[in-house]
Write a protein that binds this ligand. Sequence first.
Ligand code: FAD
Length: 486
Amino acid sequence: MMNGDEYIRSLQAMKTIVYINGQKVSDYYSHPVMKPAVNTLKATYDLASDPELDSDIHALIVTESDLTGGRVNRFLKILQSREDLLARMKLQRAMMRYTGGCFGGRCVAGAVINSLWSVTYDMEKAGCSAPYHQRFRNYMKAVQEQDLAVSGNITDAKGDRSLPPHRQSDPDLYVRVVERRKDGIVVNGAKLQQSGAPVAHERLVVPTSALGPDEEPYAVAFAVPGDAEGVVHVNDSSCINAKFEAMDHEDIGNATFGMHQSAHILFDHVFVPWDRVFLCGEWKPCRDLVHRFSDFQRLASSSCRCGYIDLCIGAASAMADYNGVSSKSHIQEKLIDMSVDAETIYGLVAGASAHSTDTASGVPLPDTMIINAAKIYMNDAILRTAQKLADIGGGILVTRPSNRDLRIPKVGDLLRKYHKGRDGIDVEDRLKMARLCESLSGLASMTPILSVIAAGPPATQRLNFRLMTDLKRDRRAAERLAGIAP
Ligand SMILES: Cc1cc2nc3c(=O)[nH]c(=O)nc-3n(C[C@H](O)[C@H](O)[C@H](O)COP(=O)(O)OP(=O)(O)OC[C@H]3O[C@@H](n4cnc5c(N)ncnc54)[C@H](O)[C@@H]3O)c2cc1C
């Protein structure tokens, strides 16, 4: 298995084409916008190779491969039991708590690998003449032996969302086969919004939706290296990127890991040799494929957000302490609510894993209803968490002076003086934690935090109700109705 430095060298050895904000960047792995994604993937290699970094994560991330008989990073493991699903859930949460960043360049692959493994197995057992499962088995064995990071590529461009692939005015809006050759196929199209794709070695591509009989060219699954001819990556242009380019490291808040990076992958007539083609024209199995990878990915992302809420609880509780309000009841209640959300999601994911059903290949499928309930619950819980974090942290999350301001002679000292929290807390620590809270809340566009905090935090509005609700009147009415008072 590779360590983190070997992973970086392996990226350097590739000729992956990456554009960032209009520029082609050859050493993209060192670019400030890409660095958090590189660091997060590097952490998956470091934690696997060095038990001393975090022995709990090490024990989760290193496992045995049924394919090679050797050790393998759990992100590449073919799931074979409920315990595997549960271990994956625990790993996602622990990795997120460790980094606060996205390791999508490895994690999404788990969904694609396990769905493709089980579906090609079913096809083989049903008598499919093409040796898709054997090819995928060979491919996965090589990937595991080389410990490669695989990016799972599902989402097509999709054009008019109300139309299926074959009725789009531009046929390339879903990735498709444009030529079948003796030695392989040629594909065209794009996969958009791919988490961590440029920092992974391999692109593993599957259709994004169930398909019909007119859609054989779209029923294609294949793998190519990230630097295959005709593959181009264009990084997303989220406005958060600008922060990583313009601001001092200390001013970013989780500068090491804390930015989700995604890229659009353009496939411009890319040749794929047959040994890397795992589905070509068989539209019927795509329904199972889509169903399975969706549920696997919902398990991964829901588990991951539990770790994110853990971090938000930690940051909010530190901020409350620095501000001298950690024992206030409304702060305690909010921290408890955040914790309830994390454990509710975790419980649902554990329940979906415990109620899994085995496919013929032995890959267990999480319970569909429960895992989708986990994802739906998580969608709202993460927004509630951000709001509570902003509420507990205060306006300083978005208004704190920059580190450069703190270096202005005299003014810097005054800023420190006026940003002090409770006695005994270093003002620099309070400022650092405010930045982490800002980053974790994801609300740095000002308006959401401004709306929660400005004109007074929610507890001050609630105070009015404690003081002004006419409890005497309401109680009199209730007691009269109950026949207790006249
Ligand atoms: C940061 C980020 C990272 C991502 N990482 C990955 C990744 O690693 N790999 C990957 O494959 N994908 C990835 N995705 C893609 C993600 O899976 C898609 O964003 C998601 O599937 C929604 O697709 P969309 O963004 O095109 O939204 P749209 O499809 O445009 O949806 C917008 C709205 O339209 C509605 N809608 C769309 N079609 C229909 C319809 N036919 N009928 C009724 N309503 C409809 C939707 O319900 C939604 O409300 C990522 C996305 C983001 C934002």
